[in-house]
Every structure is written in structure tokens, then in C-alpha cells.
Ligand binder design. Structure first.
Ligand code: KIV
Length: 270
């Protein structure tokens, strides 16, 4: 049975950290589901780490639905959040409703995530009133990278910090069940977390959030192009992959693979 949004808010009430990770495919989702994470985000970071784009902006609804569906198949016991792509929810509210509905109906996600503050509160309210749970996302919002001018820490000045706090409160009032806080100072995430009843999920927002989320490829060392400061690399899977692939390559070249144990004779059944 998946964690409901109510379970996540109970975890905040009991001071139990919520642990989330991104996933984009069936095989990884099965492992994450088996370990027992509190929730999975099929983040629009899939645009970079899976599809090779420079930013999250090119990701389409169909690509996001395709990957979300595969994660849902692999994670029957885990709450799966679909990440709404750039412009899939901000042109008008009815389009947002149709697109958010696709994540639940076509992909089988249990909730959706939207980036932004005050300007999306009306949309959040509409989705929630139609039975679609919404996770907010403020601070560094990668879909606005062209406006923000780079992947920089947000909310450093007093004015920016109080704007972030207002946005978090507005999203809670609009009905969001949780909010991702990305790249904001620890003092600010602490204030937001103590001010809200709903859980905050941090990424580069320090220890005071109610939960943490990381991009799976970063913590496993799979994405070699860039490692953000807020990430801890727990294993070096890219190195392991290189070793395994190189060994396979050289064994086929030197004809030591396959040997008899990997081969069949006409007398064997399988
Ligand atoms: O797409 C993503 O991976 C995200 C996380 C960074 C929160 O939105």
C-alpha cells in the first residue's frame, strides 16, 4: 500500500524524516520500492539525466507520462509524484487540469508537482478541488532558469527570504500537501518548515526540512557531467558500469565469453 499524502503529513507531525528520490524507469523503481522509500518523484530532471537535454525546458508531456508510467509499474508500494513539464500548467488553468489528470489517469501517479509561488496558487486550488494532490516547488525553480540566470541559491536577501516564506504560506493555503524547497539558505528553510503544517522536502535547503529529495543519478554517481554541491555521492556507479562494460568488451574480443556454461547444446532443454 502506497503512502498517502496524509501519511506524509503524519510523518511531519511525528518528526520522522521523509525520504524521497527521483526515478525515471521501471528497473530503478523496483529497487527503490523494495528498499521502502517514502515517495518517488519522476522529476523533470529526466530531461537532462535520461534524455540528454541541457535543461528541463524541452521535456514534453508525452515524455513525462511515458517515464512516469514505467516508474509506477515498478513501484506498486510507493507514492509516485509526476512532475509537470514546463508550460504544461501555466498557460491556463483548464490545460493544467487536463495535463495533471493525465499523470493520474494515464500514468497512475498519485500526485503531481508544480513549480512556482503566488502565480500558480489558483491552479493548485483548482487541481486540489478536483481531487489531484499537489506538491509545490519554490526556491530555485529550474523551469525558470532563463529568468533566474543560473542555478543559484535563492532567498539570500531579507526581501527574497520573506517572499519565499509568503509563497510557501500561499501554496499551503491553496491546498498543496507538501512543498519542495530547492537551493535556499538553511535559516530560510527552517523558518518555512516551522511556519507550515504541511511537510517541506529539501534539496540544497539544509537539515531543517521535514524531508529530503535527491536526484538518483547524482547520489549514485551515474551522471558524470556535473555534481552539485548539495549532493552526496554514495557510490560510483558510472565507474562500476565502465568496469563491467570494458570487461565484457574485452572478453568477447579475446573469445573468453561466452564459454560452455553460457551456451546450449541440442540435447539440453534450456
Ligand atoms: O526534477 C527534479 O529532479 C526535481 C527535484 C530536483 C526536486 O524537481
Amino acid at each position: 500500500m502506497q503512502n498517502s499524502i496524509h501519511k506524509l503529513s503524519e510523518m511531519k507531525a511525528h518528526g520522522e524524516p521523509i525520504v524521497m528520490v527521483t526515478a525515471y524507469d521501471y528497473t530503478s523503481a523496483r529497487i527503490i520500492d523494495d528498499i521502502g522509500f517514502d515517495a518517488i518523484l519522476v522529476g523533470d530532471s529526466l530531461s537532462q539525466v535520461m534524455l540528454g537535454n541541457d535543461t528541463t525546458i524541452p521535456l514534453t508531456m508525452n515524455e513525462a507520462i511515458h517515464h512516469t508510467r514505467s516508474v509506477v509499474r515498478g513501484a506498486p508500494n510507493t507514492h509516485v509524484v509526476g512532475d509537470m513539464p514546463f508550460l504544461s500548467y501555466n498557460s491556463n488553468i483548464e490545460t493544467a487540469l487536463v495535463n495533471a489528470g493525465r499523470f493520474l489517469q494515464e500514468a497512475g501517479a498519485q500526485s503531481v508537482k508544480l513549480e512556482g509561488g503566488h502565480h500558480i496558487c489558483e491552479t493548485v486550488d483548482r487541481l486540489v478541488s478536483c481531487g489531484i494532490p499537489v506538491m509545490g516547488h519554490i526556491g530555485l525553480t529550474p523551469q525558470s532558469i532563463n529568468q533566474l540566470g543560473g542555478y543559484k541559491v535563492q532567498g539570500k536577501s531579507k526581501e527574497q527570504a520573506s517572499r519565499l516564506i509568503d509563497e510557501a504560506v500561499a501554496l499551503e493555503n491553496a491546498g498543496a500537501y507538501a512543498i519542495v524547497l530547492e537551493l535556499i539558505p538553511v535559516e530560510v528553510s527552517k523558518q518555512i518548515t516551522s511556519r507550515l503544517k504541511i511537510p517541506t522536502i529539501g534539496i540544497g535547503a539544509g537539515i531543517n526540512c521535514d524531508g529530503q529529495i535527491q536526484v538518483m543519478h547524482d547520489i549514485l554517481g551515474l551522471f558524470e557531467l556535473f555534481t552539485p554541491k548539495h549532493t552526496k555521492q554514495y557510490v560510483d556507479l558510472a565507474k562500476q558500469m565502465r568496469l563491467g562494460l570494458k570487461e565484457y568488451l574485452s572478453e568477447v574480443k579475446d573469445k573468453s565469453f561466452p564459454n560452455n556454461s553460457h551456451s546450449f547444446t541440442s540435447q539440453q532443454n534450456s
